[in-house]
Write a new protein. Structure first.
Length: 285
């Protein structure tokens, strides 16, 4: 078993972003909407703030109590939309109960959508003409590509609980010549095990600790574990990591795999949005 070191790869990406920002002489700006007191959301935003500070991205956080009217959040988004010093906007999800997440996300200018989940940007991905691609999908691809595998002609199984999550990743994989099959939770087909056994790449994001086991994956496969679960007070992924020991498998750990890469690729997106606003080169994916 070979553990794919997302922390190390992410550190390299952050270093390159820092270098590019200094070389270009620009200050990318990220505006973040954070509502409520969910500890995990505050932790994730803190990690993003630290990463922005490290590379030279201006970070502005707008905090809202869970009881505040939705219109106040929409007003802040409209302010971010109109500010030239804010190139990217991030809405930390989930929002507290009572808020309309779809409405809040749709309020963003799609050209400032740092996370890539605005409906207009998702539609462009469907049309194979992307404007912004979600950082989590870009991060997963970087992790897969770090293994040096030629993806042309390979098979990938996406075991996920969201078609929206699968959409950009499918686009990126198919662009590399990979054949993609999606298994959508909670109504997995009975042949999900067949699907994983026959594939070269397995991406799992269902929120079920240990869902993917060693007997479900063939030798030589790559497993990207997007799951984050709490098991006896510790973080655990959707793959039973220990069961793969001694196998010819490349796998991302939890923590230390997809998480750091998602933050790194968020920074990548903010820089690219800033470059676009400043008239530099466009996105290249």
């Amino acid at each position: 078993m070979f553990s794919i070191d997302g922390r190390s790869i992410a550190a390299g990406i952050r270093a390159q972003i820092k270098h590019d920002i200094a070389r270009l002489g620009i200050t990318p700006g990220l505006g973040v909407i954070l509502a409520g007191a969910d500890p995990a959301s505050h932790l994730y935003v803190g990690l993003k703030e630290k990463a922005c500070s490290e590379v030279g991205i201006k970070f502005e956080k707008a905090l809202f109590f869970a009881t505040e009217p939705e219109e106040k959040i929409l007003e802040k988004i409209r302010e971010f939309n109109g500010r030239p010093d804010i190139h990217g906007i991030l809405i930390q999800l989930p929002l507290p109960r009572g808020y309309d997440e779809d409405r809040v996300i749709a309020e963003m200018n799609p050209a400032k959508d740092a996370d890539g989940f605005h409906p207009a940007n998702l539609e462009l991905i469907k049309q194979k003409n992307p404007n912004v691609i979600p950082g989590v999908s870009l991060g997963i691809m970087r992790l897969i590509e770090s293994t040096g595998t030629d993806l042309a002609g390979k098979k990938a199984a996406l075991i996920v609980n969201s078609e929206i999550f699968a959409l950009p990743l499918t686009y990126l994989l198919e662009k590399k010549g990979t054949m993609v099959e999606t298994f959508l939770a909670p109504r997995f087909p009975a042949d999900v095990r067949r699907g994983t056994l026959e594939t070269d790449i397995v991406v799992v994001a269902v929120g079920r600790a240990g869902f993917i086991r060693a007997d479900m994956v063939k030798d030589g496969a790559i497993i990207v574990d997007v799951g984050t679960n709490r098991v006896e007070g510790k973080l655990a992924g959707d793959a039973d990591f220990d069961s793969f020991r001694g196998r010819d498998i490349r796998i991302t750990p939890v923590p230390g795999g997809v998480g750091p890469m998602t933050v790194a690729m968020l920074l990548h997106n903010v820089l690219e949005l800033a470059k676009r606003a400043e008239g530099e080169q466009s996105f290249v994916h």
